[in-house]
Design a protein around this ligand. Structure first.
Ligand SMILES: [Zn+2]
Length: 341
């Protein structure tokens, strides 16, 4: 009953309860094709020995991603937008080269290069024009202000880099910092200025429902965001149903991409749980007070918590199958020019 499949160096403990949940709730609902717009690869050899992130997670080459998809999204055809993985002590150019080497010759995969404020404009331009990256992945860990939590966008993506991105008309996947994410006044003001005045050709993907793991950030931001040009969202990692309801009710569904945040950030048992305005990644295997004396039900992997929330939000918002398929793959195929009919 509780047997476990250990996959790839402990990257995931896939249990019977997970498999049963997939076939009870998701097999008939999740579209047959999926374009995963938020997924990472890891190579620990390219992380400095002194980093707290060195060997924190097992290596994740493209083959590992493919095996993971087969396990957690059975009977599905999956392709990906690979995002550079932000971890302390990463040799950024080597990490980007590693991504390129892994995805070489696959014309259904796209990638955003890991980009920090220290990266030269020459390196960025070469990676876009010559090596085929379609955009940038930026992250608060690399903030030049030294504050990785409350930093402004320009602290981890310089204006010179945004000017270049604007000239090139490329995508940027943005995980907003600050405790209120997209609901933060400064973040919203910046996005408004960047999209409508300063950098009108940059195409933004606001990761994690514009960094809304509770109902509040997206509730505060949606009336502004929905009227801004060149804004898209990915649904990765979020497991609370309420941000999905607000997004689906108010946004044009053609601006929404599906994403997992795999592998390790979506494979633990548990969820990104909201408690009021606080949220936290709760791994049920690590909660000592859990007991199962009252039930035969068991926790599931957070990827399935996300999928069941998206399913329920789509039902509440009365979305049809075409709209759901658009979110799961057709929007990405259209926007990224993927030859995948
Ligand atoms: Zn991520």
């Amino acid at each position: 009953m509780n047997s476990t499949i250990l996959l790839m160096n402990n990257l995931i403990k896939y249990r019977n309860a997970d498999k049963e949940f997939w076939y009870d709730e998701l097999e008939d609902w999740v579209p047959k094709k999926i374009y995963d717009c938020h997924v990472h690869m890891i190579n620990n050899d390219l992380i400095d020995d002194s980093s707290i992130h060195k060997n924190r997670f097992p290596n994740t080459p493209l083959d590992a991603l493919k095996n993971w998809y087969k396990l957690v999204l059975p009977n599905r055809e999956v392709n990906s937008l690979i995002l550079g993985k932000p971890m302390f002590g990463t040799d950024v150019n080597a990490h980007n080269k590693y991504i390129l080497k892994e995805i070489k010759d696959n014309n259904l995969i796209r990638a955003h290069r890991l980009t920090t404020p220290l990266d030269s404009l020459t390196d960025i331009e070469r990676d876009i024009k010559e090596h085929g990256f379609q955009g940038l992945k930026v992250y608060r860990y690399f903030s030049s202000s030294g504050d990785i939590n409350e930093c402004n966008i320009e602290d981890y993506l310089t204006h010179e880099q945004m000017e270049l991105a604007n000239d090139l008309g490329i995508w940027i996947t943005l995980h907003m910092a600050k405790q209120d994410g997209c609901g933060d006044k400064e973040n919203l003001k910046n996005l408004e200025e960047f999209t409508t005045k300063k950098y009108p050709k940059i195409k933004w993907i606001l990761a994690h429902v514009a960094r809304s793991f509770t109902y509040r950030p997206i509730e505060k931001a949606i009336d502004t965001l929905k009227n801004l040009p060149n804004i898209w969202y990915d649904l990765s990692a979020v497991t609370d149903v309420r941000p999905f309801i607000t997004l689906f009710k108010n946004e044009d569904h053609k601006r929404i991409f599906y994403g997992t945040d795999g592998i390790e950030s979506a494979s633990f048992h548990g969820a990104y749980t909201a408690y009021g305005h606080f949220h936290y990644q709760i791994e049920t295997d690590k909660v000592e007070s859990l007991n199962f004396s009252h039930t035969s039900n068991r926790p599931i992997i957070s990827l399935y918590e996300q999928l069941i929330s998206i399913k329920q939000a789509s039902i509440i918002c009365e979305m049809n199958n075409t709209q759901i398929e658009d979110i799961f793959w057709r929007n990405a195929v259209r926007e990224f020019n993927i030859p995948w009919g």
